[in-house]
Design a protein around this ligand. Structure first.
Ligand code: GLA
Length: 750
């Protein structure tokens, strides 16, 4: 059992292979957070809590004579607003009499084997005897409010999840203004904070700053997890790097508004609060009702950032993504978006399929523009019926053709959206999120459907399933192309409008869940203008997400690397597109683009008919390489080998088979230099005593001009390397000439 309770000393222990988490109920029933970090052999760590009488830090009435006991300074497991804890709060309530105080005391707990599902929310799945859970019930006896803190411990995976359930056991209404999923006070720590900021087409850029006094808050108010701040943050020691050091990860499994707040208090203790964003949030909890928060996924390691990423990669791949797709070979796809945009018809799609098939693609994805009257992005969203002007034979004519090539077929939808110029809007203008007395905020000239409404979710279910039933469709690209604004439901009373943003997310999850249940073999790829909803909540339904609308290989290095801190390679939709790139105008070699895109859910997003015969041959080889290394790339252990400071010249990464038998090293030069440095990288994760040879080298570097390099060593001979040599000494590349050359080296243990 990974959850233990020491009754004598009132301590809870959550034990994983390489971490330990402790809480203690003090003599006043307050639940203290006493430790999270490397294992300490179940020593009562509350000795680290040094209570000191500090001015202006008040005391609960029952300990008014013990002035050193203050909720302002003690490490608390779930800090609440109003009763003398002045730090960022996890819970803010308004009682029927207007009181805003919440004050919780321990009431009871239960420990069980296995975990409970959350209602209507994604969660980390127990794939069989993996989790032990703890529920601690706290109560505010005055408000008659119960707060259950729920922990699931995945001991072998070094992961602990947290969520909270708030129950109104009073006779009156209680309003929730803020309800966090996790709150944790880390004492005696000096740490850095890493978050993943960005913008459309430049998502998840890591930014690291020293945690200082005050509050550092990131999050999203866009109704979606957003391109701008991912719901994943890391706290790590100042000295932590990819290979060593203490790191804590906090990831919210949620696709809507979120907030991550980090505060250093007057004692130097660091509080982390993570959950649904509270701005605009207000939830009416009637007598007898409960509210469940999304789940936060926490992980700790003292072995550096790569190890922290590995813990997230494993839990997401094995316990978050739908199990059905875990081991399924994902098809290499051709997507027509950057190839044709809206300008296609049945004939052109057929011939794209033909050409892509010859080059080895395994699935054709028909992107935006196949439905309603949609010839640009101003019209038609919501009208999920085939545009017979473009596709006179309907979808079945295309799918039959695609299937005859032994390819699968995928289709684009943007379910939560509606165009003003659509049949759906003309029939149901009230189905949009919109403020009745204002003109709505437009974005991409579209509006957002009110997913809090059952009739809207039912309409979408019916129309999407109608399409899925009409042809052989094995994949959906589920897009979401604007942020929410005017979050107002025309079907809800004025005092429940603060619930709509969350109910919107619940509606989306319900639709995803109904469709995945009815069509279990249809794989859904998430998307939101690229990676605007790249979060563990979406991954619960969609095993992969289009990583970014930016397909420029050099920019993608940063985007995919940033994404890799929290999410595994198999979740990142990643395609080879045309050169010059449509987003940046940059030209890169075809092989460089492929080496970058292979570290993801691989595919092509271009018009293959515009490629030369030689390029099409090259693509065939690339797909062959990808399929050859598929298991290694998708399931191997991924390591970032370069840090930001190296990135002005090259970026390198590596995937190693779990048993150390093979590894794939990739490097891309990101600058053009005369007389260049020799890139040399130290590998990671190999079998130290093992002997390795490089048995496959792909390179898009240009030949070194003979007159400059007569005496240069050949790139790779018959050398045999020990794992230690590659990990401690490193692997030195030849000087890499050309513009954005990339090299991929496969090592095999002999
Ligand atoms: C979004 C997606 C793109 C493409 C377009 C279609 O931007 O991220 O991949 O599907 O929508 O409109």
């Amino acid at each position: 059992m990974a959850v233990l309770f020491d009754e004598k000393n009132n301590i809870f222990f959550l034990i994983t292979e390489n971490s330990e988490y402790q809480m203690k109920i003090d003599e006043y029933g307050i639940l203290l957070h006493s430790y999270y970090g490397a294992p300490v052999g179940r020593t009562d760590m509350s000795y680290l809590i040094r209570n000191v009488d500090r001015g202006f830090s008040g005391n609960s009435y029952e300990c008014r004579e013990k002035r050193e006991i203050s909720s302002d300074t003690q490490p608390l497991e779930y800090g609440c607003f109003g009763a003398g804890d002045y730090r960022v709060s996890a819970l803010e309530t308004v009682l029927a009499n207007g009181s805003r105080t919440a004050d919780l005391r321990y009431k009871s707990h239960n420990i069980r084997h296995g975990r409970k599902e959350l209602t209507g929310l994604p969660y980390v799945r127990d794939m069989g005897d993996e989790a032990d859970s703890l529920e601690i019930i706290l109560e505010d006896e005055v408000a008659r409010l119960e707060v259950s803190l729920i922990y699931n411990v995945f001991a072998e995976k070094d992961v602990i999840t947290r969520s909270a359930k708030i129950s109104n056991i009073s006779q009156d209404e209680i309003r929730l203004m803020k309800v966090a999923s996790a709150c944790i006070d880390l004492q005696h720590k000096d740490m850095d904070f890493i978050h993943f900021h960005g913008r459309h087409a430049m998502e998840r850029r890591p930014e690291r700053a020293r945690v200082a006094h005050g509050i550092y808050k990131v999050g999203s108010k866009r109704g979606m997890s957003s391109h701008h701040e991912n719901p994943f943050v890391i706290l790590c020691g100042h000295d932590a790097n990819e290979r060593s050091g203490e790191c804590y990860g906090f990831m919210l499994m949620y696709s809507g508004n979120h907030a991550e707040e980090i505060e250093t208090d007057q004692t130097g203790s660091i509080r982390v609060v993570m959950g649904i964003g509270s701005e605009g949030f207000e939830w009416r909890l009637l007598s007898g009702e409960s509210f469940e928060t999304p789940e936060a996924i926490m992980a700790f390691t003292d072995k550096g950032l790569n190890e922290l990423s590995f813990l997230y990669h494993r839990i997401i791949r094995e316990n978050v993504c739908p199990a059905r797709f875990k081991d399924m070979k994902r098809p290499v796809l051709i997507n027509n978006w950057e190839g044709t945009y809206f300008d296609f018809d049945e004939e052109s799609i057929r011939s794209i399929a033909d050409t892509a098939h010859e080059a080895g693609c395994e699935m054709l994805v028909l992107d935006d523009g196949w439905f309603g009257v949609r010839n640009d992005d101003n019209t038609g969203l919501g009208d999920w019926f085939v545009n017979k002007d473009k596709l006179p034979g309907g979808l079945s004519a295309i799918t039959e053709h695609v299937n005859s090539l032994d390819m699968r077929f995928g289709l684009w939808f943007e379910p939560e959206m509606i165009s003003e110029d659509s049949k759906l809007y003309r029939e149901h203008p009230d189905w949009t999120l919109s403020d009745p007395d204002r003109k709505p905020v437009m974005a991409r000239n579209q509006l957002v459907l009110d997913m809090s409404r059952k009739d809207v979710v039912d309409y979408l279910y019916e129309s999407i399933s109608g399409i899925l039933d009409s042809a052989d469709i094995s994949y959906i690209k589920w897009d979401f192309n604007r942020s929410l604004a005017n979050v107002y439901s025309n079907a809800t009373s004025s005092d429940e409008q603060g619930e709509i943003a969350h109910r919107f997310v619940l509606g989306t999850y319900e639709l995803l869940s109904r469709l995945s249940t009815a069509y279990p073999d249809v794989m859904i790829e998430g998307c939101s203008g690229g990676g605007g909803r790249f979060d563990a909540g979406m991954l619960f339904y969609c095993p992969q997400i289009w990583c970014s609308d930016n397909t420029d290989a050099i920019n993608r290095l940063k985007i995919q690397k940033g994404t890799s801190y929290g999410y595994p390679v198999c979740t990142m939709g990643s395609h080879v597109s045309a050169s010059p790139n449509h987003q940046t105008g940059r030209e890169t070699p075809l092989l460089t683009r492929a080496i970058v895109a292979m570290h993801g859910s691989f595919g092509y997003e271009l018009d293959p008919r515009k490629l030369t015969a030689k390029e099409r041959e090259e693509i065939k080889e690339q797909i062959g390489t990808f399929n050859k290394y598929y298991e290694l790339i998708q399931k191997g252990r991924y390591f970032r080998l370069t840090d930001e400071s190296d990135e002005d010249y090259f970026v390198a990464w590596e995937t190693v088979a779990e048993d150390g038998s093979e590894a794939l090293l990739s490097l891309v030069v990101t600058d053009v230099r005369a007389n260049p440095e020799i890139p040399c990288v130290r590998l990671n994760g190999l079998d130290g005593d093992g002997r390795y040879v490089a048995d496959g080298v792909l390179s898009s570097a240009l030949e070194i001009p003979a007159d400059k390099d007569e005496d240069a060593d050949s790139f790779e001979g018959e050398r045999v390397y020990s794992g230690y040599a590659l990990m401690n000494g490193g692997y030195a590349f030849d000087p890499l000439y050309g513009v954005y050359p990339a090299v991929q080296v496969h090592f095999k243990r002999i």
